[in-house]
Design a protein around this ligand. Structure first.
Ligand code: GAR
Length: 213
């Protein structure tokens, strides 16, 4: 069973989807800690309701991003976290955190990357006029929204969509694929080759999942 640390900044619906997948037995994992950079983020209440410890580490007042990330690494390690899941965590991570968990930081993003990275992905998609949108779960690298893609799911864009209706349709898919991607990575059912995640279907211990073992 993999030990997860989930990082949030807001609503926490993806956190809830992860907790649901664990409760349903679709994901063999334990959320050891939920960290938010925002005091009072609604997702913190979901964590507490599920009996998961929460920690708030405001991003304000740190001399550098690196020092913030080093503190975050300390908190995650103190909770024995093996896999870090960004779930609406609106902070760019530095190599200090990414290198502390090699190929073990996942993010969910509400677009079909590499299209529409960064903020307001659903608005970007709508304004661009795409007919298909979706979400991506990827491993995190220092370049924002650019790491190896583990899973994607697409949804149609309709002529009468607003940012809200499109975001809601995408979010349903996020909730479906994020726990599944966590399962694939934590069970070692693939490995990283260059910038690609190659699905092997072969179970390897967590420490071997990136092909180094
Ligand atoms: C989700 O749509 C997630 O994909 C997005 O923030 C939302 C968080 O919702 N993340 C990003 O845009 C990261 N670049 P949630 O707090 O309800 O899970």
């Amino acid at each position: 069973m993999v030990t997860l640390g989930v990082l949030i900044s807001g609503r926490g619906s993806n956190l809830q989807a992860i907790l649901r997948a664990i409760a349903d037995g679709r994901l063999s994992a334990r959320v050891a800690v939920v960290v938010s950079n925002i005091e009072g983020a609604p997702g913190l209440a979901h964590a507490s309701a599920a009996g998961v410890p929460t920690v708030v580490i405001s991003h304000r007042g740190w001399p550098s991003r690196e020092e913030y990330d080093a503190h975050l690494v300390g908190v995650l390690r103190a909770h024995h976290v093996e896999l870090v899941c960004l779930a609406g965590f609106m902070r760019r991570l530095t190599p200090v955190l990414i290198d502390a968990f090699p190929h073990r930081v996942l993010n969910v993003h509400p677009s079909l990357l590499p299209a529409f990275p960064g903020v307001d992905a659903q608005r970007q998609a709508l304004e661009h006029g795409v007919r298909v949108a979706g979400c991506t779960v990827h491993l995190v690298t220092p370049t924002i929204d650019a790491g190896p893609i583990v899973l994607q799911a697409c949804v149609p864009v309709t002529d009468d969509d607003t940012v809200d209706t499109l975001a809601a349709r995408i979010l349903e898919e996020e909730h479906r694929v994020y726990p599944e991607a966590i399962r694939l990575v934590s069970e070692g059912l693939g490995r990283v080759e260059g910038r690609r995640w190659i699905s092997t279907g072969r179970t390897a211990p967590l420490s071997d999942a990136d092909g180094r073992g």
